[in-house]
Design a protein around this ligand. Sequence first.
Ligand code: GAR
Length: 216
Amino acid sequence: MAKLTLAVLISGRGTNLQALIDACADEAYPAEIGIVISNQADAEGLERARSAGIRTLVIDHSEFENREAFDNAVSSALDTHEVQLVCLAGFMRLLTRGFVDRWRDRIINIHPSLLPAFKGLHVHERVIESGVRITGCTVHFIRAEMDEGPIIAQGAVPVCAEDTPDSLAARVLEVEHRLYPLAVRLIAEGKARVAGEIVPYLDLGEAGGPLINPNG
Ligand code: GAR
């Protein structure tokens, strides 16, 4: 079966990109990365892509007059590379409604909280301050409103008494690296589709695990 062609959009470190690169290295994985796009020329993730022999492109937002012009340039690049699914992986730019509508149900994001709780930035600081006992990460289809959209998969971790934002971020990140390749696989296999404004419960032949749902 033909593999789903991905674009991964990054702004920095790129450890989630790395998790996708590693997953795609498996012959049996149903997706491949066609292009990695960064809005930052010095993003560490670009080097990860180059080392894996993946095409990269820098589209520097500061060179565009406005958000629409930047988003149009990104959209053209996605068309050129015949991208079927756009994966935001630490891509720290808000996208315009026009762009999001154009890629509706073909663009996903990973966010380091159990959405709809703790949208936005400085998530782990806010999680600790709030006193919640469980947090995690979410992969979701994106909508024009920030960190909104049908949820594909979530992973949970405990918040420990001695946690700092950094220690908590590291615990969540480990789960992110398992969750993102899982979510992409479910989409590529046609198992995660938007219906109404949710992704209906996925019939994987077994119940979701306690920490990652679905457990894939
Ligand atoms: C990840 O924790 C991701 O969930 C978060 O940025 C980090 C990127 O790390 N994304 C957001 O906060 C988006 N709202 P990475 O560059 O090493 O993948």
